[in-house]
Write a protein that binds this ligand. Sequence first.
Ligand code: NAP
Length: 246
Amino acid sequence: MATLQGKRALVTGGSRGIGAAIARRLAADGADVAITYERSVERAEAVVAEVVALGRRGMAIQADAADPVAVQAAVDTAAEAFGGLDILVNNAGIIRGGDIEAMTLDDIDAMLNVNVRAVAVASQQAARHMGEGGRIISIGSNLATRVPAPGTSIYSMSKSALIGWTKGLARDLGKRGITVNLVSPGSTATDMNPPDGPSADEQLGRMAIPRFGTADDVAELVAFVAGPQGRSINGADLTIDGGANA
Ligand code: NAP
């Protein structure tokens, strides 16, 4: 069912992994979809080709999430191309893990700029283009609320910031009929977290259902929240982690 027919979406970091799956899924549900990427121009164009093959409008915008002016411009470019914006998915994110003593200022700035500041800047800019029924969905992490192993303190800090942001923005935009939510995955098989990576067994050991999630699992939940059936979900942090945080 094309529940998103006529909707116009922007997915940040849509060239690979979870963002690419979200872009495909929103297009399959009827939305026009723009994506941003940092470096993967060919993969971004391949995702856009899939969106267009579904009969939707699609576009890829190179925009480094660490650059707030580029983020604002990407939102404006998508909204101008599509004649407005109904759905923003703040998906672009990075992780730099390791011993806290070894983390550099660049590591800290990079994670805060991409995982937090870009979300605030893109959401603020998107709200300027959105009307009643708008949806702002950010991709958090189950590591925001429980941190079961060392090495992710800065990343966890960046993702936990999105919980307060989501609740606050839901209050800010509720009067305009725009919902704001966080979808917080656990271990999901992507380039960022390959299921045969060095910490995969440790991650599997924490899960109630010992299986890495797929990018499509996360995309399903995002599509539900983005659709008309999600209209009463607001200010929520929706964990999708196979019970790792249970
Ligand atoms: P991924 O496979 O590494 O893909 C990252 C995507 O974000 C790519 O499209 C990449 O673009 C884009 N991106 C990265 N840095 C960017 C920047 N500075 N500017 C613009 N785009 C940028 O990651 P993923 O696993 O799909 O993760 C997606 C989101 O889910 C992230 O927010 C991540 O923190 C979150 N998450 C992932 C997991 C997991 O287990 N995989 C678990 C919890 C939460 P390029 O292709 O151009 O580099």
